[in-house]
Design a protein around this ligand. Structure first.
Ligand code: SF4
Length: 395
């Protein structure tokens, strides 16, 4: 199988997003502990690795681990808020190290909304400068956006802006907010959108991108809220192909191998034609309302075929043809997951340990918690619970 794995290289950040699902922990990595994880992905036949966080550019060994992974034949990506990447010299350093692609997270092109979501002023110009710096360094670029209550009504505004001012960005990733982890969990009322809040603006954004020849993926959005572009759903693509995903969390969850999608569905989902390929609601609590889900009656095979015939997507799993998919299709029993909160996947025996908690790391963590408590107060949001015990999401 050709999959891409995630390694969280740090779990601290220079921004303070009120919906961060992977906030600060006492765990730390060094180059040696990250190399072990890279070697494990190589051994499993993965084609690439995404270095993420926290904010991965804050780890001094980021260029070294990128160079190591690239040297071992992996395609290397970094997900960043763009704060350090705005420095052209740093962008060149990452490119020289072997990073192929960076995902820069930008939530809104309205500066006041972006500042509110980031918990600090001045983040938007810096992220936009990061796009130019990365492009100048020859890095391929994606823009990532977490869909939330504050940007839900103007997702398309951002796309118009990028098409005009940063036309070299060719790929966009939308992530609906995961309300079940970290700081997002304790600030649900402020940041978790209703599905209906973003339906229209997401549709407009996807139409604009499609028309302009850009590509895109959408994560954690039920297919009834993106029916025209169902082939772009990350969960659907993985369900169709039977892909797995490895996430090396830098917290108590450690490495998790995700092979199934234990999401929530509504009673109406059982009559929906897209049920066999839909990830449903990404939620293990009451962050989203299953009452917003509405069955659709369109041909799932056309969607499956579009996914399996997409030559631009290097990831794959055991399912490669429509005939294989039809043979394997196994509709879930009626109501099976309707009211069962999905279980957190069990860590797999034999997976290598991730990072470590040293005495110095713990002291640093406690100092950061105190500093972040002050940030939370200034930003008017709640600080996450100190112990992480959440369902995995790579951020
Ligand atoms: S299975 Fe449920 S969540 Fe998915 S598209 Fe159908 S109604 Fe929506």
């Amino acid at each position: 199988m050709a999959n891409i794995g995630y390694i969280q290289v740090v779990r601290h950040c220079n921004h303070f997003c009120g919906f961060c699902s992977n906030p600060t922990t006492p765990y730390t990595h060094d180059l040696a502990s990250m190399r072990v994880l890279v070697d494990d992905l190589v051994r499993r036949g993965y084609f690439g690795v995404i270095l993420t966080g926290g904010e991965p550019t804050l780890h001094p060994a980021l260029p070294d681990i990128a160079a190591y992974a690239a040297g071992r034949g992996l395609h290397v990506r970094v997900i960043t808020n763009g704060h350090r990447l705005a420095d052209p010299a740093f962008a060149r350093e990452l490119a020289t190290a072997g990073v192929s692609l960076v995902h820069v997270s930008i939530y809104s092109v309205r500066p006041e909304v972006e500042a509110r979501l980031r918990g600090m002023e001045g983040t938007l110009p810096r992220a936009l400068a990061a796009l130019d710096a990365a492009h100048g360094a020859g890095l391929r670029l994606n823009v990532n956006c977490v869909i939330n209550r504050l940007n839900a009504d103007h997702l398309d505004e951002g796309i118009r802006y990028f098409l005009r001012h940063h036309p070299y960005v060719r790929h966009f990733v939308w992530n609906n907010l995961d309300p079940s982890m970290g700081r997002a969990e304790v600030n649900q009322a402020e940041f978790t959108p209703r599905l209906g809040d973003f339906e229209l603006s997401l549709h407009r954004a996807l139409r604009l991108l499609h028309k302009s020849g850009r590509t895109f993926r959408v994560e954690k959005v039920p297919l009834c809220y993106m029916t025209d572009f169902a082939w772009a759903s990350t969960e659907t693509r993985k369900i169709v192909k039977g892909e797995e995903r490895i996430v090396c969390f830098l917290d108590d969850k450690q490495t998790v191998r995700q092979t199934a999608w234990g999401h929530r569905y509504a009673p109406g989902c059982e009559v929906c034609s897209l049920r066999p390929i839909c990830g449903g609601l990404f939620d293990r609590g009451d962050g989203y309302d299953p009452g917003e889900l509405a069955p659709v009656f369109v041909d799932p095979e056309a969607i499956v075929q579009a996914i399996l015939e997409d030559g631009d997507d290097p990831s794959d799993g055991p399912i490669r043809t429509l005939a294989q998919w039809k043979a394997r299709r196994d509709p879930p029993p009626a109501g099976a997951e309707e009211h069962d909160p999905p279980r957190r996947p069990e860590p797999e025996p034999g997976l290598v340990p991730v990072g470590r908690v040293t005495e110095a790391g713990r002291r640093l963590y406690e100092a950061k918690r105190r500093a972040e408590a002050r940030k939370a107060e200034r930003a008017g949001v709640r600080q996450e619970r100190p112990a992480a015990d959440d369902e995995p999401s790579p951020g």
